[in-house]
Design a binder for this molecule. Structure first.
Ligand code: PEP
Ligand code: MG
Length: 754
């Protein structure tokens, strides 16, 4: 059964559209379960009906015709109950509805299972048989498993199909694709995909500029690859057994297949660039092998795709066709790296859309720092088909609209204008203090990470930098930056803000922040080698960074040092020891060095409980609510699938942060928040109520949070905190705080919340 299941799933994965997914599924399930009929109803949410979408064993004409209400018939019953319905004689059940056009009167036994994707019933997969019998447990388990596996493929094919239809027609869309919030704001622009594409499916169509050059680039790539393989084949000939050599030769032969080359070249002549032509030629060839009955031949489909990927990677450096960067560019990709953002001229980049990750991914944080709207976690969209399309990015709701209708576009233009008005109004607050109505001062700092956001931070009225993420400068390079290079960057930042404080965090890589040149493979990177652990294991890297920071601080004295991912007291002792060593070395060299204040990021549950011991060792605390929320709620901050569970206003997180502030007070040490919670207007009220000293956030959020602080008394914030602590669910807390914002006349900020 497992083998059959795998085969069906593999075959379905190669289908190019929804109809193909469904027809393969019904055919294969009917065959493997040896039943008389198999069919799939899908829910049409617009009409509120189930529609028969594919059938094997029913009258073919009934497909697309039979429709029933979502509560109707045995299909409706399966959907309603969200569990299998297994009947000896379907017609005897009170919910049975007869559709003459299907010809199903011949059948008695019925087994229907729901097709569910992320809690949503997409449809029903059912089998029927003439005999009167109940399906056994193994058969039920098999169908349930198939339905669960199909759900993702059906959802993907449905979304992709919808987009493909849209792109192939002149139609404009009013419907959106839901992802998760990445960075607030609204952008209207043109989609740009960045190379290199690592998957063939992501390659877009692009008009070829010079057909002859493109063809030549393709042919020379294939020849070069063949040559390389042949050469290494000759080397292997002496080492490999004869069977392995035969496999190798088949691979080389497939690579040079006349058919494959001719069909790619034909597509180039039709006007597509080589990578796009290759994508279609490979898909066509692989499909032929996929359909073969013989197991050995079917497995060659994987070779064809592999060859395609090989050629693709090589081809991208040779193809002459480049993506144009339009004036209002929305960068879209499966995963977008900090380095890719750096490739786009900043004045042209208006939005970011990422298929993977959530609002806590570092690319989303960077988008917020830069004030660029972003949507994350859209899943498996046909990325390649979207290149060059118009798009609306709604960073507040986490949605995108591809090829929006004029009505949708106008509505978003209006919202963007309102947004600009609100920001302009808030600009007046720039020089006013962040002071509550009853005179309590909270310092507002900016989070930064690139030299380009210094200007933004200064313009926002930030009183300093509360979190400078030094890792961003490490992520856009091909190897570790040396002391001098780091010194230049840190010096610029410190000088730009002096005498205002700049809190620089030592290298915080690992987790979702891999360095391309420090290859670490871990099953569970968030629990693994990250933050201070890497720095302490590599004193040569850590000391270089500390020296660069201390040198940059000379004559300015506004550096504060922040240690990330502390989970053990000993880590702080070791880090402080290395800091003293770096300081002494500089003094010994006759250079000026002032020891900075040292703080700890409280972002692990263990740091909360160790706070009294930590307070004896450091000068201040900064709560990293992004990681703290992930570790307290056990929700991966980057996983779009569980993004709905990630909420800094969860009662457990509120209690945890309150505890940190309380313990820091007992240790007489100042405490701030530098996670995204600080820039969330609703959460800022709660933090004010707790008596926070400092909030550090993306510069764009500073005016909003200042408005909140200046609109409440600390007493009122305390009352709201007490009310929040009485509530049991995050949604209720957010709702209550949003109502308080509305009541205080700050309704315009509610949209900006999560
Ligand atoms: C945090 O974890 O809250 C934080 C500020 O650090 P980062 O988001 O860079 O992990
Ligand atoms: Mg963190």
């Amino acid at each position: 059964m497992l083998r059959t299941l795998q085969r069906i799933v593999e075959e379905v994965a190669t289908a190019s559209n929804l109809d193909e997914v469904l027809s393969i599924s019904v055919r294969r399930v009917k065959e493997s379960m040896a039943v008389d009929a198999c069919y799939i109803f899908l829910a049409d949410t617009q009409s509120g009906e189930y529609v028969l979408m594919a059938a094997d064993g029913l009258n073919p004409e009934s497909v697309g015709r039979v429709r029933l209400d979502l509560n109707e018939g045995l299909t409706g019953l399966v959907g309603k109950r969200k569990e299998p319905v297994n009947l000896e004689d379907a017609a005897a059940h009170p919910d049975f509805r007869y559709f003459p056009e299907t010809g199903e009167e011949r059948y008695h036994a019925f087994l229907g299972v729901p097709i569910i994707h992320y809690r949503q019933v997409l449809g029903v997969l059912a089998v029927q048989q003439q005999a009167q019998r109940l399906f056994d447990q193994d058969e039920v388990a098999f169908l349930v498993t198939i339905a669960a596996q199909l759900a993702g493929a059906i959802d993907h094919a449905a979304v992709s199909g919808g987009i493909s239809k849209l792109l192939n027609s002149q139609a404009r869309s009013t419907s959106f694709i839901q992802g998760v919030w990445g960075a607030p704001g609204i952008a209207i622009g043109t989609i740009v995909l960045l190379r290199p594409f690592t998957r063939l499916e992501d390659v877009p169509d692009r008009a070829v500029e010079d057909v002859a050059a493109e063809e030549a680039a393709f042919c020379s790539t294939v020849n070069a690859l063949q040559e390389e393989l042949r050469a290494s084949g000759q080397h292997r000939a002496t080492l490999l057994p004869i069977e392995a050599r035969a496999l190798f030769d088949t691979y080389v032969m497939l690579l040079g297949s006349e058919d494959l080359i001719a069909s790619t070249v034909r597509r180039i002549h039709d006007g597509n660039w080589a990578p796009g032509a290759l994508r279609d030629a490979i898909a066509e060839h692989a499909r032929v092998f996929d359909r073969m009955e013989d197991d050995y031949l079917r497995a060659r489909a994987a070779d064809i795709r592999d060859i395609g990927r090989h050629i693709l990677l090589r081809l991208q450096s040779e193809s002459t066709t480049q993506a144009q960067c339009p004036d209002r560019c929305v960068l879209l990709g499966d995963e977008i790296s900090v380095g890719q953002i750096a490739e786009i001229p900043m004045e042209k980049l208006v939005g970011i859309v990422c298929m993977r990750g959530s609002g806590l991914a570092h690319i989303a944080i960077l988008a917020r720092v830069l004030g660029i709207p972003a949507v994350m976690g859209l899943g498996d969209l046909p990325v390649g088909r979207l290149d060059g399309s118009e798009i609306v990015v709604d960073g507040y709701q986490g949605r995108i609209y591809i090829r929006p209708s004029p009505a949708v576009r106008n509505e978003f233009k209006r919202l963007a204008k309102e947004e600009r008005k609100l920001s302009a109004g808030l600009g007046k607050l720039r020089s006013l203090p962040a002071e509550t109505l009853d005179g309590a001062r909270i310092t507002l700092h900016a989070n930064a990470g690139l030299l380009s956001d210094i200007a933004l931070s200064l313009a926002s009225g930030a009183e300093g930098v509360g979190l400078y993420r030094t890792e961003f400068a490490f992520m856009v390079r091909d190897f570790f930056p040396g002391e001098e290079e780091q010194y230049q960057v840190y010096r610029k930042v410190l000088r730009a803000f002096a005498p205002r404080p700049v809190t620089m965090r030592t290298l915080d890589i690992g987790g979702d922040k891999p360095l391309p040149y420090l290859c670490v493979k871990e099953d569970n990177p968030y629990m693994g080698w990250r933050g201070i652990r890497i720095s302490l294991d590599h004193p040569e890297i850590f000391l270089t960074q500390l020296r660069a920071m201390l040198r940059a601080n000379a004559g300015l004295g506004n550096l504060r040092l922040l240690l990330p991912m502390i989970s053990q007291v000993g880590e702080v002792d070791e880090a402080i020891g290395l800091l003293a060593r770096a300081h002494q070395a500089l003094v010994d060299e006759g250079l000026e060095s002032i020891k900075p204040q040292v703080g700890v990021m409280v972002e692990t549950p263990s740091a909360i409980y160790q706070l009294p011991a930590l307070a004896k060792r450091v000068d201040f605390f900064s709560v990293g609510t992004n990681d703290l929320t992930q570790y307290v709620l056990v929700v991966d901050r980057n996983n779009a699938r569980v993004a709905g569970l990630y909420e800094c206003l969860h009662p457990a997180v509120i209690h945890a942060v309150r505890e940190v502030i309380h313990r820091a007070r007992l240790g007489a040490k100042p405490v701030g928040v530098c996670g995204e919670m600080a820039g969330d207007p609703a959460a800022a009220i709660i933090l004010m109520g707790m008596g926070i000293d400092n909030l550090s956030m993306a510069a764009a959020n500073i005016p909003r949070v200042k408005w909140v602080i200046r609109s409440f008394t600390r007493q009122r914030a305390r009352e709201l905190l007490d009310q929040a602590l009485e509530l049991e669910e995050a949604a209720a807390i957010r709702h209550m705080l949003n109502a308080a914002l509305q009541q205080a006349g700050l309704g315009g900020l509610v949209r900006a919340g999560k």
